[in-house]
Design a protein. Sequence first.
Length: 460
Amino acid sequence: MSAATLDGVDAACLAAADAAAGYADASAEARAALLIDIADRLDGDSAALVALADAETHLGAGRLAGEVLRTTGQLRAFAELIAGESGVVVDQPSGFPELRRYVVPLGPVAVFAASNFPFAFSVAGGDTASALAAGCPVVVKGHPGHPELSRRTAAHVAEAVRAAGLPAGVFGLVEGFDSGAALVQHAAIAAVGFTGSLAGGRALFDLAAARPDPIPFYGELGSVNPVYVTREAAAARLPEIAAGFAGSFTLGAGQFCTKPGIVFVPDGEAFASAVADALADSDAAPMLNERILSGYQGLSARFDHPGVRTVLEGSVRSAGVTPSLYGTDLETFERDVDSLGEERFGPSALVVGYDDVRRLPGAARAIGGTLTSSVHAESGADEGLGALIAEATRQSGRLVWNGWPTGVAVSPAMTHGGPYPASTAAGTTSVGTAAIGRFRRPVTFQGFPPGTVPPSAGPA
């Protein structure tokens, strides 16, 4: 690690530590005003930000403009949440002093930006918004896939902090591969928000746990997001479901963490053929960067496997990649679930044919933790559905009925997380206003007289 990188991380973290107490004591109204100002600045510069993002990520101006609105919308949602919070939990147990339960900010939070959502999961995305709303300074590790966008976005956030009269250390940006490990291990950092790969996230999670003072690591690590089609649904509308699956797993060149990567259907060959027909005229789509493209190509070998057939062989062209589709049966899948059940980030999917619906809960259990599970059925009375949904509930953070998981609403009711390996903290979400709970902790004051509770203690 270069001395410059280490010095930059150290300076940003120490500045965040210096700012932590003052920012924790800032009123909810002041924090809400900061979030709204950040949102206004991003909206005001949206055209330039979108142009930068499109040049660096190739995601398309239309989609990126919508992502700016999602990002500023979630900033405003957190502002509304904290401005409207009221009351503390008060109890007077018999024969016991009065108890008052508050929440306090954890302290400086390290946020790792993601490549595939350069606004919503990046410098001013949901992790940053929820941490700032909680009263925590933020140090963002910028993603190398969109460095110029990161710097421009960070400049808006920093200017909003300055305009609010807050210490500059309330927000900082660091860059460089080696800065990630240094950030997680810095003594000033109290928690981490991460969105990215399983390998990278697990390495950082282990560093966070190995510190002399282990800190919470809220990692969203991706998911294979299985889809289950009942026999009744396949008989009633197989072409419709196949077309929907084709559109969902290729959306954004398959570079969504909620991309459905595996579908279980009773007639795998017929379904795969219908999906291939739906993709017959697909154009090549660019991937986010060369590193992701190389990783995507390198994972093709897992489907060079006895019992797995190539239904649609994708290609790499100057304009990008075309979709790939593979097919197998449930027996083959179960024998090599570690390989065939692994996420493949990009426009690739696996169709698994099954004969006995009673075996699907076992398949869900073998896949393990996922962000989502989707079920296509005709009614709640479809054969084997109850046991499947029960197991999918144990394995997933969100279940989708007769729909597709690639849309994630920023809503108080949304769960974007799930059991490991989908995330490292299954009891939390990284999307929606409930995400604020990751960055504050409860404190109970017993028998304290009025006026002695510190300003940093907020409503529980």
